[in-house]
Design a protein around this ligand. Sequence first.
Ligand SMILES: *Cc1c(COP(=O)(O)O)cnc(C)c1O
Length: 432
Amino acid sequence: MAPSYRKSQEMFEESQVYIPGGVNSPVRAFKSVGMDPPFIARGNGSRMWDVDGNEYIDYVCSWGPLILGHRHPAVMHAVQRCLERGITYGAPTDLELTLARMVVEALPGVEMVRMVNSGTEATMSALRLARAYTKRNKIVKFEGCYHGHHDSLLIKAGSGALTHGVPTSPGVPENIAGNTINARYNDLPLLEKIMAEVGREVAAIIVEPAAGNMGLVPAAEGFLEGLRKLCNQYGALLIFDEVITGFRLSYGGAQSYYNVTPDLTCLGKIIGGGMPVGAYGGVREIMQMISPAGPVYQAGTLSGNPLAMTAGIATLEQLQQPGVYEELNRKSALLAQGLSQAAKAAGASVWFNRVQSLQCTFFTSQAVTDFASASTSDTKRYAAFFKSMLDQGIYLAPAQFETAFVSLAHTDEDIERTVEASFNAFKAAANI
Ligand SMILES: *Cc1c(COP(=O)(O)O)cnc(C)c1O
């Protein structure tokens, strides 16, 4: 019997009266899978329950932060202890020092770090800093990479903007868009041409070192090294947007995993342990330009707030345990392998990309290496796959161009159940 989503549907209906589209972030509206979203009541470990009582194995994990799963005891206890002392002071605390030290010790490219409240703020501030440091205006980004929703980077952005058919948002001034250049992910020859033309005006190249907002697209061999070389050659800064990959691909982020060190690093998601957070960091010489140490202005009422710092510290402490990443990646490989076999058995034509605990099933038969190839995916088939999975209690990203997140809370049994369910879902997708 198909599950009921009646209460969720009523809540979604009423939410649309008070909240644009009924949601506070577009992808949550389930538009690209043609459904109404379940309203979530609670979570625990690898599971979530909606207001109608349906249970899900959750592979969204709040879009990445919940690498430990829902309600990890260590995070819950730390946050509860923190709450007993107060919520926020707008004054320095030992917690900010602790998390800053942990981030600096973990990431090769970070000698100093500034906490903010979202990944969007982190990339926005990093760009300002890069422009101030280089005294240049232009930014190079890659089509299909998403770095948040501020003007400079909302130029043919991926993710929500992609699936909602607004490749460039109204309201972004043309003169700002004019300073942003879109290059092609994994295409060094094209980038070399661009840099040969305007390289001396480029303040920074910003990149997701594993692109997680057009589905999942791994950086090709030599791509990140090539960016590093071009930045050195033209005096531009290299910015890694590690909002997803930081503490995900390895404890030292993508920069350790790929052994390429950026000048600036943007963080978010995992470092807040589920609380609103962002951070940007880099070499001391550049970071010292930020106010009040230097002239580049950037501030925040709740930046470095005790709850987010506490949840972040507790999460990173868990990730420091030996064997954690091996276990996470083993589970992710198990899932990818199972899905791949199920797809084959069901006769679905799909392409799998995986980097450590990030993965994506593209409904296309061609290799997905950039935005154009990702766009060959059949989103109607993905929608059919998604709906079948949801009805079977498997909560995947409600859009083709998103990543699946495996957490430490997922058990081998969870993965087995997911793979079993996927056979029917792949069939449903193949037969539309
Ligand atoms: C989520 C994300 C952001 C934006 O972070 P918010 O906290 O949602 O503002 C930026 N960059 C990447 C790579 C992301 O995945």
